[in-house]
Design a protein around this ligand. Structure first.
Ligand code: ADP
Ligand code: MG
Length: 327
């Protein structure tokens, strides 16, 4: 039987770090010093270095009544990986800052790191350090991910005439969140044949994937706040407008089925739901790609157009901190 780790008070900060260190052993050869010294040491690369940081706060980004620590760790590194992919980069080195409430068990943190390391191993990311503090009430996670790219893709290169593409169906995560909220309890095993299970898994354990060939891509962003907000970010940065083709926004069958059951509009969820961690990019209309073409870049204005030609203006609605959610 695996040894149960008790209250953090018995283990202390340094005892906990020792446990973390033993879980994060797989280091790539460019890491000269990992966890255990005052700073990590990595050998510089010839490519460009990318650095991104993403926080997750209990009660804001996650609810421990329906997220296991393993799932939380997995998602925590996934959202950071997604930002590196959104720049056309490869993730390489991860640093984790933790604020842990005093009543947590060391086993909780062990499970958190098992989730982090699962995805870290898949993408060959080395966990090279972090910081550990007590927090008063809530669990706080702060991740910093370093990566590299020969050629970076920013939000600012979209031009009128480009097409807009997304790499995966949208809205599954938001629908999954809504189902989890209603259910209000944790899921330890997902049933591959269950429609609801698939949506909930997409929310709890997103799977960011890179775009293989970015040579023709003019701009890119990952969809974290919702399609309409993230298209708007591209428009703002590139100083252009956009048209979204209503019927071309990819929706999974699972989303359509469960939205109907819940009396919700699947398209609305896909446009505003967020946390998809799919990539949205622009490029020439004839680009060879397996991504879904959902619209085009124009000079000015932001519209959704249906197949009959009805055009409505859209606002950047979705999730924004300090504002109410309006899905
Ligand atoms: P210092 O007091 O010099 O800042 P710490 O005691 O905070 O050092 O950290 C000791 C080592 O453990 C460092 O290598 C640090 O990067 C690593 N570390 C601390 N907390 C974490 C964590 N939550 N995850 C991964 N590594 C950590
Ligand atoms: Mg020190």
């Amino acid at each position: 039987m695996p040894v149960k780790l008790n209250k953090l008070a018995q283990l202390g900060e340094f005892g906990l770090i020792k446990h973390i260190q033993s879980q994060c052993k797989n280091l790539s050869s460019d890491v000269l010093v990992g966890i255990g010294d005052d700073a990590a040491v990595i050998v510089p690369q010839k490519n460009k270095t990318l650095i991104t940081s993403d926080m997750m706060i209990e009660g804001v980004h996650f609810d421990l009544s329906f997220t296991t620590f393993h799932q939380l760790g997995y998602k925590f590194i996934a959202v950071n990986i997604s930002d590196i992919f959104a720049m056309g980069g490869t993730p390489e080195h991860f640093i984790v800052g933790l604020g842990i409430p005093p009543n947590f068990k060391a086993d909780n943190i062990k499970d958190l790191y098992s989730g982090i390391m699962k995805l870290a191993k898949k993408h060959k990311i080395s966990l090279i350090g972090g910081d550990t503090c007590t927090s008063k009430n809530d669990l706080i996670l702060s991740g910093t991910l370093l990566g590299s790219a020969k050629q970076v893709v920013t939000r600012s290169g979209a031009k009128a005439g480009d097409s807009i593409y997304v790499t995966a169906p949208l809205g599954d995560s938001a629908m999954g969140f809504s189902l989890l909220e209603k259910r209000g309890k944790k899921i330890n095993k997902f049933h591959p044949s269950s429609t609801a299970s698939k949506l909930m898994k997409t929310h709890l354990m997103p799977e960011p994937a890179p775009l293989q060939n970015t040579s023709k891509v003019t701009s890119m962003i990952d969809i974290s706040d919702g399609l309409l907000i993230d298209v708007s970010h591209i428009c703002d940065k590139s100083r252009v407008g956009a048209v979204i083709y209503k019927e071309s926004v990819p929706l999974s069958n699972e989303l359509k089925v469960m939205a109907k059951k819940s009396g919700m509009d699947p398209l609305n969820i896909a446009l505003k739901g967020g946390e998809d961690y799919a990539l949205l990019f622009t490029g020439p209309p004839n680009m060879k790609t397996s991504a879904f073409k959902i619209g085009e870049i124009i000079n000015k204005g932001r519209y959704i157009i249906d197949s009959r030609g009805n055009k409505t203006e859209f606002k950047p609605e979705g999730y924004e901190h300090f504002k109410k959610i309006n899905v």
